[in-house]
Design a protein around this ligand. Structure first.
Ligand code: ADP
Ligand code: MG
Length: 211
C-alpha cells in the first residue's frame, strides 16, 4: 500500500479540499457576509483552483514540495487575511514534514497550526480558523498516541474540527474583520473555521485507505 502521506496522497488531499471549497463557496461567502466582507468563499476558491492547476502543470516530486507549492500559490493568489494565514499553515507544514507516516503528518499539521497562531497573533477562543485547527491537531495526536490507524485518526481530527467550527458560533471575535463587530459577531459561525473544517474533512477522505 502507498505511503499515506506521499506526494500523491497530499495532492489528492488538496484536490479534495479545493472540490469542497468550490461546493461550499456560497456558504463560506454567506458566513463572511454576516461578520466580514463576503469574500472568503471567492478568496479560497480562487486560491485553491490555482493550486490544483499548479500541481497539474508541474506535479511535485516529494511530499514537502507539494505543500510548498500549495503555500506559495495561496500566498500569491488569495487576498485578505486568510491567504497569508493558509499560506503560512502550508509553508510551516512543508518545512516540518519529515517522514511519510501519520506521525510526520501530525507534526507537520501542528507546525502549521503554530505558524497560523504566530502570524495571526490569535489563540483559542478568538473565533478564527484556529478554533477548528487546534482541536483537530489535538485529536489527531491523541488518536495516533492511542495506536489507532491514520485513517481513523484523521476521521477523529475531522470530527474535532467540525466541533471546533460549531463552537465558534457563540464566540465574540477578537481577531480579523469580525472583531470590528464586537459583541455583534456572536451568533455567527466563523468562515475561516468553516473552511478549516473542510480542509480536515478533505484529509480524512483523501488519505483514507492509503496506509
Ligand atoms: P478577510 O477577513 O481579510 O476578508 P477572509 O474573509 O478570506 O479574509 O478570511 C476571514 C477568516 O480569516 C476569518 O473567518 C478567520 O477565521 C480568519 N482570520 C482572520 N484574522 C485572523 C487571525 N488574526 N488569526 C487567525 N485567523 C484569522
Ligand atoms: Mg472576508
Amino acid at each position: 500500500m502507498a505511503d499515506a502521506v506521499d506526494a500523491a496522497g497530499l495532492t489528492a488531499w488538496v484536490q479534495e479540499f479545493a472540490r469542497l471549497v468550490r461546493e461550499q463557496r456560497d456558504v463560506l461567502t454567506e458566513l463572511d457576509a454576516a461578520i466580514g466582507d463576503a469574500d472568503h468563499g471567492a478568496n479560497l476558491d480562487r486560491g485553491l483552483t490555482a493550486v490544483v492547476s499548479a500541481l497539474d502543470a508541474d506535479p511535485a516530486a516529494d511530499p514537502a514540495a507539494v505543500l510548498k507549492t500549495v503555500a506559495t500559490t495561496l500566498i500569491r493568489t488569495v487576498g485578505g487575511a486568510s491567504g497569508p494565514l493558509y499560506g503560512t499553515f502550508f509553508l510551516r507544514a512543508s518545512g516540518t514534514l519529515g517522514g511519510g507516516d501519520g506521525a510526520a503528518l501530525a507534526a507537520a499539521l501542528r507546525a502549521g497550526l503554530d505558524g497560523v497562531a504566530a502570524r495571526g497573533k490569535a489563540g483559542p477562543g478568538d473565533k478564527t480558523m484556529l478554533d477548528a485547527l487546534a482541536p483537530a491537531c489535538d485529536a489527531l495526536d491523541e488518536a495516533l498516541a492511542d495506536g489507532r490507524p491514520l485513517d481513523e485518526a484523521l476521521r477523529a481530527a475531522a470530527e474535532a474540527a467540525a466541533g471546533g467550527r460549531d463552537a465558534t458560533v457563540p464566540m465574540v471575535a477578537r481577531k480579523g474583520r469580525a472583531s470590528y463587530l464586537g459583541e455583534r459577531s456572536a451568533g455567527h459561525q466563523d468562515p475561516g473555521a468553516t473552511s478549516a473544517a473542510l480542509m480536515l474533512q478533505a484529509a480524512a477522505t483523501a488519505l483514507t485507505g492509503r496506509g
